[in-house]
Design a protein around this ligand. Structure first.
Ligand SMILES: [Zn+2]
Length: 336
């Protein structure tokens, strides 16, 4: 048995690598079949069955062995091998790792693993190309309805050219090549450590541009106005060229606010709470200030990010908006 990775003894990156290896060797469906019957559905890559997380009569639970992901359209449960084992059995990550690597499960052949790896690489190339084509279709922000949105958030300074405007589709179907209709969007470039644009975050606006995109989905939930395309993990929206000190925050509106309030100090924006600790910082950055959001999720993200950047040998400090404001833009606009 492979020794289980112990949190704290190895880096997060190493743990991700070990967990990835463990997942590659086991079909996710082999873990799930003891709980529910899974069958192929014609024209679909996924296996489908009754959801093991909620009670239902028609199957809405899908498992994709190539990607190693499951998703229920009924109750929104979703995840990978680890999440399934942890949620279904109430066990720890360590225990789940031991189950996966314990040699009791069928092993995916080398050939199949190579095929899946090639598919994953093609998927990355496709996502990168899509993000770069969206970025190539953007225009400068000034004079657009995108600028109107930025101004409506209390931003009066001119933003760097990493924040632009486009009319761009909200969705893509990669199997059929279909795309959704175009909507106006503020498009933020997401750059990797070397400054290459590898992703975009689009803040979609209403057709006329007055306010964020709003729609109610079939399940009654609100559609997301913000969507990211491309390679998001590790990359960040840059406002100003990074120097020895950068400020890191978790959303574009926070970033714009801090950029304005701090007189153009370099800011890096992670796309969401979970990615706050995971930016691949350029070599030149020796100290960071984490500008967190208030609230439980925001506080936890800062604690994780602090540990991650300290482990890289960087000086870390943190700041939060004044209470009762939830984030930096709310504070700017005095919205509580
Ligand atoms: Zn379900």
């Amino acid at each position: 048995m492979t020794p289980a990775p112990r949190k704290g003894r190895i880096s997060d990156d190493e743990m991700h690598r070990l967990a990835g290896e463990a997942k590659d060797k086991v079909n996710l469906s082999d873990l799930i079949i003891p709980y529910t019957d899974l069958k192929p559905r014609s024209g679909k890559r996924e296996l489908v069955g009754l959801c093991p997380f909620h009670s239902e009569r028609t199957p809405s639970f899908e498992v994709n062995d190539t990607k190693g992901l499951y998703h229920c359209w009924g109750c929104s449960e979703a995840g990978d091998h680890f999440q399934f084992l942890i949620k279904k059995n109430g066990i720890t990550f360590r225990k789940a790792y031991e189950l996966l690597t314990g040699g009791t499960l069928p092993v995916v052949s080398e050939e199949e693993r190579a095929k899946r790896k090639a598919e994953a690489e093609a998927d990355i190339a496709r996502r990168l190309a899509l993000a770069q084509s969206i970025w190539a279709s953007t225009a400068p922000l000034p004079g657009t309805v995108g600028e109107r949105y930025v101004r409506s958030r209390g931003i009066t300074v001119d933003l760097p050219d990493t924040v632009r405007f486009a009319m761009t589709p909200r969705w893509y179907n990669h199997e059929t090549g279909e795309t959704g209709r175009n909507y106006p969007a503020v498009v933020c470039a997401m750059q990797d450590r070397d400054g290459n644009v590898v992703g975009v975050q689009c803040i979609f606006l209403k057709p006329g541009g007055n306010g964020k995109y709003q729609a109610t989905l079939r399940d009654g939930k609100q559609a997301k106005a913000k969507l990211t395309f491309g390679l998001v993990v590790g990359s960040a929206i840059r406002l100003g060229a990074p120097g020895p000190h950068v400020m890191i925050c978790e959303g574009p509106e926070d970033g714009w606010t801090l950029f304005q309030e701090l007189g153009g100090q370099p800011i890096m924006v992670a796309c969401g709470t979970a990615l706050l600790p995971r930016i691949n910082l350029p070599e030149c950055v020796t100290s960071v200030t984490l500008a967190g959001d208030n609230g439980e999720a925001g506080g936890k993200a800062v604690i994780k990010a602090r540990a991650a950047y300290i482990a890289q040998g960087r000086d870390v400090s943190s700041i939060f908006p004044e209470l009762p404001f939830k984030d930096w833009n709310d504070q700017l606009q005095r919205i509580s």
